[in-house]
Design a protein around this ligand. Structure first.
Ligand SMILES: *Cc1c(COP(=O)(O)O)cnc(C)c1O
Length: 429
């Protein structure tokens, strides 16, 4: 029987595999594109960004795309565009990065957090009973690049006339039943910051087929696109709505969400190579998951093969230990043993937001009461125990190495290291 590295045995992984994980892949092509922007002094313009938007929209399959300074900015514009305002409610998954929903507080709205399912996405069966008279929208995240249950969620939204804001920050290029994520919400936003699957520096992209929502986003944070010329733009109005036109020249949100064009230039290059890089990641990650999936109680989170649903670039790939597995060995100790073998992993994902004081106590408008109950909305705050699934699931989530290259031998070594620990669970103290 092999001795675990955590008990002084030999490490299962001894080679330097860092090059398999390096991301984004930056070549001379990216560098030349960025240097061109710098030499032209056009960092603050929009011409390159507009080309990037056209290419992104064509690739993603939406009528409109609008680049943003970051993903958070895009979501902030989208919330206002969808008509969320003081006293309204939105439904959002409790387990996500804060930017998926935090900016609705700034609009005076409250968040009714829904539980997650075992794929770490919003539980489609925990949405409908949360809908009240002031509910305006559902925020849906394709969490960890796993497409949400779009069929069920869209049916609920349509039945109640709710808008869906899709946070596609994890799943650029992922498919749900053959259709690309970023097209399921009435409006979708993606972060394109350097850690994400499609990584362009700092940036984001709003996508939609809805002209009205597109124009409202432009009016909210892109004064330079409202039809008033400045040093940095020609007067090319992208707003046709007469009400929004009234405010031409100034942003309705009082914010400026324009992206730096060095990022758009890099984005164009990254996007061009993305399908091919995504295909290699998909092959590598599925191979690794195939190799560890036969371990009882170990379940990589991924779409069923042949279902037409895919994970795109596999951002933040995760797996779930079963309850029986977690009863046998502490998940934290199990991953500590993996780490000792040289396989980097950790337990958990984003902490549950429904427990955070920001969504309970914060008085953004200085009214002497928490913003989430300050505008006549129901009190939808939830404490410990209210969302039992996230509390049960989160301590059993483990992180899977994010292979960017299909190196068969290396992947097999990683899987062997996992098997070594799994086969010697009783040695873990
Ligand atoms: C990264 C991320 C964002 C925010 O994007 P930034 O570009 O970092 O502002 C929003 N939602 C989710 C789910 C994210 O992971």
């Amino acid at each position: 029987m092999a001795i675990l590295a955590i008990n002084g045995g030999e490490k299962a992984l001894r080679k330097d595999y860092t090059s398999l994980f390096h991301w984004p892949i930056v070549t001379d092509e990216d560098i030349a594109a960025v240097v061109d922007v710098l030499k032209a002094g056009s960092m603050s313009g929009s011409e390159i960004s507009k080309v990037f938007e056209k290419e992104y929209a064509a690739w993603n399959g939406t009528k409109y795309a609008l680049s943003t300074a970051n993903g958070t900015a895009g979501l902030s514009a989208a919330f206002w565009a969808c008509g969320i305002g003081a006293g309204d409610e939105v439904i959002a998954p409790t387990m996500t990065y804060w930017a998926s929903c935090a900016a609705v507080i700034r609009l005076g709205a409250a968040i009714n957090f829904a539980d997650i399912d075992e794929e770490l996405n919003i539980d489609p069966d925990d949405i409908e009973h949360r809908i009240g008279p002031r509910t305006k929208a559902i925020i849906v995240v394709n969490y960890g690049a796993q497409p949400a249950e779009w069929g069920k969620i869209r049916a609920i939204a349509d039945r109640y006339g709710l808008k869906i804001i899709e946070d596609n920050s994890h799943a650029q290029g992922a498919l749900y039943k053959g259709r690309m994520c970023g097209t399921f919400g009435d409006i979708a936003c993606a972060s394109l910051m350097s850690g994400k699957s499609l990584a362009i520096g700092e940036g984001g992209m709003i996508t939609t087929d809805n002209r009205e929502l597109y124009e409202r986003c432009v009016a909210y944070g892109f004064y330079e696109r409202t039809g008033v010329a400045s040093n940095y733009n020609k007067a090319d109005a992208q707003i046709t709505d007469p009400y929004l036109q009234k405010f031409r020249g100034l942003p309705i949100g009082g914010v400026k969400y324009r992206i730096n064009q060095t990022c758009s230039a890099m984005g164009r290059v990254q996007l061009k190579h993305y399908p091919e890089r995504m295909a290699e990641i998909d092959k590598a990650m599925n191979y690794y998951c195939d190799l560890i999936e036969d371990i009882p109680g170990v379940k990589p989170i991924r779409p069923a093969r042949g279902s037409g649903t895919t994970k795109g670039g596999w951002y933040a790939a995760k797996g779930l230990f079963s309850e029986e597995f977690a009863a046998r060995v502490s998940p934290a100790k199990f991953v500590a043993a993996l780490n000792a073998e040289g396989l980097f992993s950790w337990i958990g994902a984003n902490p549950a937001l429904h427990l955070h004081p920001l969504f309970h106590e914060m008085d953004f408008f200085n009214q002497g009461k928490p913003t989430v109950i300050a505008f006549g909305q129901r009190d939808v705050r939830q404490g410990k125990g209210a969302l039992p699934q996230v509390e049960s699931i989160l301590p059993r989530v483990f992180n899977i190495p994010w292979f960017k290259h299909f190196d068969k031998e290396a992947i097999e070594e990683y899987a062997a290291a996992f098997h070594k620990v799994a086969e010697n669970i009783d040695e873990i103290k």
